[in-house]
Write a protein that binds this ligand. Structure first.
Ligand SMILES: CC(C)(COP(=O)(O)OP(=O)(O)OC[C@H]1O[C@@H](n2cnc3c(N)ncnc32)[C@H](O)[C@@H]1OP(=O)(O)O)[C@@H](O)C(=O)NCCC(=O)NCCS
Length: 190
């Protein structure tokens, strides 16, 4: 089984979620504004959120996954962000989701950037795709701020969507490597 990664940014710790995070995921998805453009229904119960976490095998299979984003200042979880292997479309997807109370404070961009560094630097990914439904303007803004460029139109959870792409070379031009350590560090436990 791959060793867990812990990522640290200026304000956040990104870590693998576990069963103790079920109440938080339940709360996060219970806000209709949060799931409006995700295609996800809210969890039906705490048990359903626990079952989801138990069945989540992405870390074991790939070493990466969606990571819980916890505020460093008070250890409070405020969202998740991270990478997913989409086996149907054969691509690596960056996703993010935060509590509405914490929107527009740069958290998705901060955590997204950290996920990209880990994807390109640690896992040697060549390209990462980010997708959003066409009406999800904040999500497109986050993509642009991270350096993603429009790739094509497509579908996301059966809705019209846009796909954006970022290759490793373009990322390193947009965010020169020497600037990374001031923004993100990560460790892999042995
Ligand atoms: C999308 C989401 C993750 C963004 O998180 P966030 O932490 O607020 O993102 P950031 O603060 O890093 O950046 C948000 C940007 O969108 C901009 N924005 C906000 N509302 C906007 C709107 N209606 N139109 C255009 N831009 C908008 C903000 O001004 C900010 O840009 P700026 O830094 O240039 O001012 C958050 O809104 C969320 O969790 N939404 C629900 C889940 C979701 O839709 N996830 C994405 C699925 S693809």
């Amino acid at each position: 089984m791959p060793s867990p990664i812990v990522i640290e940014t200026k304000r956040l710790i990104l870590r693998e979620w576990n069963e103790s995070d079920a109440a938080f995921l339940l709360e996060l998805n219970s806000n209709p504004e949060v799931v409006k453009y995700t295609g996800d229904p809210p969890f039906a119960s705490l048990k359903a959120a626990q079952n989801f976490i138990q069945a989540y095998d992405h870390y074991q299979k790939h070493g990466y996954g969606r990571w819980l984003c916890v505020l460093k200042e008070n250890a409070m979880p405020i969202g998740w962000c991270g990478l997913k292997w989409d086996k149907d479309e054969k691509l690596i997807d960056l996703g993010y989701r935060f509590l509405e109370s914490h929107w527009n404070q740069g958290f998705a961009t901060e955590a997204g950037f950290a996920s990209l560094v880990v994807g390109f630097d640690h896992f040697g990914m060549k390209e990462i795709i980010c997708r959003a439904m066409k009406l999800n303007l904040p999500s497109f803004r986050v993509m642009e701020k991270m350096g993603f460029k429009y790739l094509k139109d497509g579908q996301c959870a059966l809705h019209d969507a846009r796909y954006y792409r970022l290759g490793r070379e373009e990322f390193e031009v947009f965010w020169p490597r020497e600037t990374w350590p001031s923004k993100v560090t990560y460790s892999v436990s042995t």
